[in-house]
Design a protein. Structure first.
Length: 233
């Protein structure tokens, strides 16, 4: 197996390990009370998520750039810099729903989905309380959904770009479809034991779910094992 310098992970709450760990509710309460940022909250449970488990098994550092509610656009933006800073890495790139996007929004205030670079994540993830932390009260998300959001599946194009960036920077990528949207290419795409994506795999394996419909620790442990197994094959 190739020796990697680090693990780089990208994606949404599923890659961040949302709601993992004994203090997950405390972290959420602190976030809702604006005591910590979303990224600070995510940093807590990333320690328990599958990218960190893979990195620990490989005895290398893990840099997890995922964000709860994050979009593929955000992941791709961050990959372009991270892959240059950390060449020869194992890249675990999680693909979330294509109804999400981001834009630069340097306004003061507490907004769900804002990151430290002042990019705001918008999309359907903030419209359904069962999957999001809560419904975004800022009107900008409703405006995006009502006026600008049209269904368009660009996952094949994003995978092509991710594969090219990783090849140029001597990195190995494993593309991880998180939801049910169709992907035509099979180039470096993880098949989740024939289930095609993370959510279908988790449901069909009867992994337990948290209150906000994230898979619990047993799913992350199992996925890490499968990734290591693929690296060894």
């Amino acid at each position: 197996m190739k020796q990697f310098s680090s693990v780089l992970a990208f994606g949404d709450s599923n890659v961040a390990g949302c709601e993992l760990g004994d203090l997950s509710q405390v972290m959420m309460d602190n976030y809702f009370q604006c005591k910590i940022t979303m990224e600070e909250m995510d940093e807590y449970w990333k320690k328990f998520a599958f990218p960190q488990i893979v990195a620990d098994k490989l005895n290398i550092p893990c840099y997890n750039y995922s964000l709860s509610g994050g979009s593929n656009d955000r992941s791709l933006r961050l990959l372009t810099t991270a892959i240059q800073q950390h060449p020869n890495s194992l890249v675990l790139f999680g693909y979330t729903s294509t109804d999400r996007t981001e834009f630069y929004y340097p306004e003061h205030g507490s907004f769900y989905g804002i990151d430290k670079d002042n990019f705001l994540q918008v999309g359907m993830q903030w419209q359904h309380g069962i999957q999001a932390f809560t419904k975004m009260t800022h009107p900008i998300n409703s405006l995006f959904i009502d006026k600008f959001l049209y269904p368009y599946n660009n996952l094949d194009q994003i995978i092509y770009i991710v594969n090219a960036l990783c090849k140029v920077n001597n990195a190995r990528v494993i593309n991880l479809p998180l939801f049910h949207e169709t992907i035509s290419t099979l180039d470096n795409v993880f098949d989740f034991e024939g289930h095609g994506n993370y959510m279908t795999w988790g449901v069909n394996n009867n992994f337990k779910l948290t209150i906000r419909h994230h898979f619990k620790q047993d799913a992350h442990n199992r996925l890490a094992e499968l990734i290591i197994k693929q690296l060894l094959s």
